[in-house]
Design a protein around this ligand. Structure first.
Ligand SMILES: Nc1ncnc2c1ncn2[C@@H]1O[C@H](COP(=O)(O)OP(=O)(O)OP(=O)(O)O)[C@@H](O)[C@H]1O
Length: 280
């Protein structure tokens, strides 16, 4: 694997909610992430762009200490709350980790996080509602904010919904407790839906409403930070304020979306932008 470029353009946000430092992950001899650095600013919409098998899911799981054998992991991930000391994610105890994944950094995945095909979505939401201490009305509000017919979605079994609705339902479920950070991994269909109109704005507002984590500054509900990982530049660029390009195990370039599209500096980013025609 190539050495991380020491002079790679860094644009570390001033107010980082998540900081990944020198994260390396290998599965046996397959080194997937190699001393990866990434900072996520509080409240931003960040897209991490990477080709197939570039390590996006590995990174997403690392953000919640979700990797297990055979993964060999080194480096660190830290979460910084609005008030209080930073939390070292890899050092969380088992019970703290479960809570962290519900209330602090929650991941929605493209495969809908193991939704059981034999149960309706109403059934799929029950364990999450119990664990988060929320009620079905909150699930309905989140689904509606996503532009879905909440009753229809909750009454359906996963196979009766298209990919976008299934992934959006997984996103609503991940958002039940009003986490500070929502990680959206490999949800291509949902991202395509979210970038239309003001759906993401409405959803973000709904996530903060009525939760302890919303309005931590006493200044109204706080929008969650969104980290979306995927391969499709156009939709992710339409969604994100900032892009980070994952290649060869590390972030080769990161910066504001407009800047990356207009003036990509790393050869891999240039190829990517040229491939998609250079525009949003
Ligand atoms: N549990 C595992 N055991 C062994 N290898 C794994 C494991 N999980 C992932 N890998 C390998 O690590 C590499 C990166 O996988 P990962 O799923 O993180 O990439 P990705 O960018 O999310 O891929 P895709 O876009 O295709 O979903 C792949 O080569 C994959 O086969």
């Amino acid at each position: 694997m190539a050495t991380p470029p020491v002079d790679a353009p860094r644009d570390d946000p001033d107010d980082s909610v998540l900081t990944v430092e020198r994260l390396s992950v290998a599965y046996g001899s397959d080194e997937v992430l190699d001393r990866l650095d990434l900072s996520v600013a509080r409240g931003e919409r960040l897209a991490v762009l990477g080709e197939g098998a570039s390590g996006k899911t590995t990174l997403a799981r690392s953000l919640v200490a979700g990797l297990s054998a055979p993964a060999q992991v080194s480096g660190s991930v830290s979460y910084r709350p609005v008030d209080g000391d930073p939390v070292s994610v890899f050092d969380l105890a088992d019970d703290e980790r479960e809570r962290f994944r519900r209330e602090t950094v929650a991941v929605a995945t493209g495969d809908a996080g193991g939704f059981d095909s034999t149960s309706t979505d109403r059934g799929q939401f029950q364990p999450a509602l119990r664990a988060t201490g929320t009620d079905e009305a909150r699930a309905e509000r989140l689904l509606s904010a996503l532009g879905l017919d909440a009753d229809r979605v909750l009454d359906a079994r996963p196979r009766q919904l298209n990919a976008a609705a299934t992934q959006l339902a997984a996103l609503a479920r991940a958002a039940l407790a009003g986490p500070a950070v929502l990680v959206v991994d490999d949800c291509r269909a949902a991202v395509g839906h979210l970038v239309r109109g003001d759906r993401l704005d409405r959803f973000e507002s709904a996530v903060g409403l009525g939760t302890d984590t919303g309005g931590a500054d006493g200044d109204g509900p706080e929008s969650p930070t969104v980290v979306a990982l995927g391969a499709e530049l156009p939709a992710l660029a339409a969604l994100a304020d900032r892009l980070a390009v994952l290649h060869d195990g590390h972030v080769v370039e990161a910066g504001p979306t407009e800047r990356l599209l207009d003036e990509p500096s790393h050869p891999h980013t240039r190829r990517l932008v040229e491939f998609y025609g250079g525009s949003r």
